[in-house]
Design a binder for this molecule. Structure first.
Ligand code: NSS
Length: 430
């Protein structure tokens, strides 16, 4: 009569188990009550028959408010109709805490209301499905890189300088010095790649994005691999292998969650590398043909990315953007210096850019020149320039946005549900 988790009930068929959890829902019909119990690992229906339990226990069942914490004892019975395949015949019920009237009821609530109650909303079936898939994606990314000999190197979150432009920095006071929350760990990964060869960081990054879109968070997680001696081509191969691996893993382990989310799984089955590649030049022509008023030299908006991505059933690489619209560290194409050896990977179905990557400038003079053009103070980046002074090599890397990847794989209309506690332009609570 041991304690069990709901996800392991199949091991206890016919036995009495104890489940510690919460009341998800409850209904009764006279002499019989049905308690839907959740314990974090799953959900099970406990059936309580009046004549088989004490009068106190039966009365307690009737009073249980939604989300009250309870300890249930019961016999595990197979039941084909039950979601996990099992049901409990309740033998005993203990109240741990009677919940106040729970604000989130099975009826429909508005998004702002749910976001205000995010700390409670996490208990719902749909949020469970999403955050379990998120957890799997993190593990899949780490397994992929670890298995290939990458070393995890943590980047600092408080930094003295910008990586991705100075307009989206969160500034903070660092003992009378200015510090910024990291927009990316990349510059530090470049240092680490020169030390370890193949490295990655995986952590939160921050952008004061003044845009209110379904793809932007102020705080998001990014995995950033960086590889010494890898060129632009090798960089894209690594990206498509990683994405293919992650999709495969989610399909292997999380079909029930994808079903809860009503994800069209046939769309995910197509995500097999190699992915199509188009140049920025070609992307401009495609957009113009689709009726978009855009000229060479302009950056793409979310709408443009969607139009491009819709032309493919797999993620599509757009490579070689104009140097002018990209970050200072990207290496210009030696055959055509007005474009950079960079790529964005656009997810299908309108999920937009999930990866940004590039080969980095390895020449110290060119890097200094680019920094001047971007008005970046040389002193703050002296250490970064050092990397081009002591054994500089061609190297490349990329950043994959975790939340956009979760949104895409789960088929969510908005990025806010992909992270436990989202930071949005109008939200710092809870
Ligand atoms: O700005 S990126 O395109 N690239 C970098 O930060 C490089 N320094 C990465 C590198 O090469 N090591 O951002 C990379 C990805 C981008 O493709 C999105 O998937 C995601 O990070 N991203 C975001 N996700 C959610 N919200 C916001 N605001 C956001 N910004 C970027």
């Amino acid at each position: 009569m041991g304690q069990a988790y709901i996800e392991e009930l199949s091991q206890y068929e016919g036995q009495e188990v104890t489940i510690k959890g919460w009341v998800y829902n409850r209904r009764s019909s006279g002499k019989i009550q049905f308690l839907l119990v959740r314990d974090g690992t799953g959900m099970v229906q406990a059936v309580m028959v009046k004549k088989e339990v004490s009068p106190e226990t039966f009365a307690l069942g009737r009073e249980l408010a939604q989300e009250s914490s309870i300890i249930v004892k019961g016999i595990v019975r197979p039941d084909e109709r039950a979601p996990g395949g099992y049901e409990l015949t309740l033998t005993d019920l203990e109240l741990v805490h009677m919940a106040d009237e729970y604000p989130i009821t099975p009826k429909e609530h508005g998004v702002e209301f749910l976001m205000d109650h995010r700390h409670l909303w996490l208990r719902s079936r749909r949020q469970h499905a999403i955050l379990r898939i998120r957890s799997e994606i993190i593990k899949a990314i780490r397994d992929f890189l670890d298995d290939r000999g990458f070393v995890l190197i943590d980047a600092p979150l408080l930094t003295p300088a910008a990586c991705e432009g100075t307009t989206t920095l969160f500034e903070t006071d660092y003992f009378e010095e200015k510090a910024f929350l990291a927009q990316s760990g990349q510059l530090y990964m470049e240092a680490a790649a020169m030390a370890f060869g193949k490295v990655y960081c995986f952590g939160p990054t921050f952008r004061a994005e003044k845009s209110k879109t379904r793809r932007h968070l102020m705080e998001f997680w990014m995995v950033e691999p960086e590889v010494a001696y890898a060129d632009h081509e090798a960089n894209m191969c690594l990206q498509e292998e990683l994405v293919g691996y992650v999709v495969q893993r989610v399909m292997e382990k999380h079909i029930p969650e994808l079903e809860i989310l009503e994800r069209d799984i046939t769309r995910l089955e197509k995500i097999v590398p190699p992915f199509p590649r188009i140049t920025y030049d070609e992307a401009i022509v495609r957009l113009q043909k689709a009726g978009v008023d855009i000229q060479w030299g302009a950056d793409f908006g979310g709408g443009d990315e969607t139009i491009l991505a819709e032309q493919f059933d797999r993620p599509v690489f757009v490579e070689k953007y104009p140097v002018e619209i990209k970050a200072f560290y990207m290496k210009p194409d030696p055959d055509r210096p007005e474009v950079a050896l960079c790529d964005d990977l656009l997810a299908p179905e309108g999920y937009g850019e999930i990866i940004g990557g590039s080969q980095r400038i390895d020449d110290v003079d060119l890097l200094k020149q680019r920094m001047r053009e971007h008005d970046l103070p040389e002193e703050t980046y002296a250490w970064y320039l050092d990397l081009r002074r002591y054994g500089s090599v061609p190297h490349s890397g990329f950043g994959l946005g975790l939340e956009r990847t979760v949104a895409w794989l789960c088929g969510l209309p908005h990025i806010r549900e992909t992270i436990p506690f989202p930071r949005l332009i109008n939200r710092l609570y809870p």
